[in-house]
Design a binder for this molecule. Structure first.
Ligand SMILES: [Zn+2]
Length: 124
């Protein structure tokens, strides 16, 4: 699972509705893997407005990944920034581990790069 996917996931357990806690999910015991991908600057620039930067920054810090605190004013002209962004959100994969919700404590397992977002019946 790529970090860009994680940036779009929030807890969806019933009654877990505090926006400050259900997102971003906190990684636990994760095994990371770098998988090379072709860089597409146009795509990166287009994705930027959809990325929650504060959440990405928080997650990157937890994983000891370097990321600038802020998105530069003209990201399209900043090759170094785009290169870092590409590496972090598209080439960094979580292979195994889990994601924990700070709101309700639900643990979403990740196995072979696939997050299990299914809930038990009482959580729906
Ligand atoms: Zn939750």
């Amino acid at each position: 699972m790529r970090l860009i996917t994680h940036n779009m996931l929030k807890c969806h357990v019933k009654n877990c509705t505090d926006p400050d806690k259900q997102f971003p999910l906190r990684f636990k015991d994760v095994q990371l893997e770098q998988i090379e991908a072709d860089r597409n600057d146009e795509f990166l620039v287009r994705m930027l407005p959809r990325i929650d930067w504060a959440a990405l920054l928080k997650t990157a810090k937890e994983l000891n990944i370097e990321l600038p605190d802020k998105v530069p004013e003209s990201p399209a002209d900043d090759g170094e920034f785009l290169s870092t962004l590409h590496t972090v959100i598209l080439e960094t994969h979580v292979k195994d581990g889990s994601m924990v919700c700070d709101g309700c404590g639900h643990e979403y397992k990740i196995t072979n790069g696939i997050p299990n977002m299914l809930l038990a019946e009482h959580e729906i």
